[in-house]
Design a protein around this ligand. Sequence first.
Ligand SMILES: Cc1cc2nc3c(=O)[nH]c(=O)nc-3n(C[C@H](O)[C@H](O)[C@H](O)COP(=O)(O)OP(=O)(O)OC[C@H]3O[C@@H](n4cnc5c(N)ncnc54)[C@H](O)[C@@H]3O)c2cc1C
Ligand code: FES
Length: 253
Amino acid sequence: MSRHFRAEVLARESLTPRHVLLRLRPLENSLTPVPGQFYLLRVSQTLDPLLRRPFSIFSFEKEEISFLFIRKGRGTEILSNLRPSDQIEVFGPLGRGYPLPEQEATALVVAGGMGIASLFPLLKAIRKDTVLIYGAKTKSDILLKEQLNSLEYVKTIICTEDGTEGIKATVLEPLDDLLQRHTDKNITVYACGPDGMINAVKRMIDHYSLKGFFSLEERMACGLGACLGCVRKTQKGMKRVCREGPVFSGEEL
Ligand SMILES: Cc1cc2nc3c(=O)[nH]c(=O)nc-3n(C[C@H](O)[C@H](O)[C@H](O)COP(=O)(O)OP(=O)(O)OC[C@H]3O[C@@H](n4cnc5c(N)ncnc54)[C@H](O)[C@@H]3O)c2cc1C
Ligand code: FES
């Protein structure tokens, strides 16, 4: 089965003026992704813009694949103007996703801003008691409240930097608080968000000697490990985010 396929737009929903849910129907058979993997979307039929844009899988069913993104620049602007029955070229699933927590381990999931798009399918897949710490700058950046409430095994702690929703804090304060109080150290931490948050969470799990998995973002071109456009320095040498990532273990980072 090819990773290249065409898909038809089923719907493009605006969750807020800046956040878009793009629902597609693959027109050919496509491979089943795992949470944390991503796809490259060709945003235009012409060569401008040339590069396909990477997006995490948000949800996947037999007849539907969807992506949740924030409007940022030219590519996401074009994507957010797609209409039902428009067609788009899709390439994926690509990269390594999140491994599920071991049987006895408790998952602690940390989402910063749009990091929730990559972590939401993981939360759906875990299917056992899990804590989600979800932080953003302000109330309007907190998405999916209803969908998160419907995952009854997920306890969600929301925090915003300006205190307009949940507690006034970054994700680091409730995370540190939880880790200090948790005597059982069989915890696996999952994190996706801005680099500064990833680095701080990584330092924290090292401090508590915990296992963790982190999803990184890097500018991408080929998505296949060939152009070396997405390399990052890790403990284990230079790694390609599109190929060895985007999910890396705490030991690797
Ligand atoms: C593995 C992966 C998964 C991602 N998943 C999501 C997601 O689920 N939802 C979401 O909103 N965003 C996600 N992003 C970020 C998203 O790819 C960028 O926001 C998007 O490509 C911006 O394109 P643009 O043309 O609108 O912006 P522009 O700033 O005009 O883009 C210019 C160039 O920079 C690249 N670029 C810009 N920002 C980023 C970024 N943060 N990461 C990687 N490349 C970037 C673009 O692909 C393009 O090549 C993901 C990035 C990666 C690497
Ligand atoms: S995008 Fe080309 S090597 Fe990763």
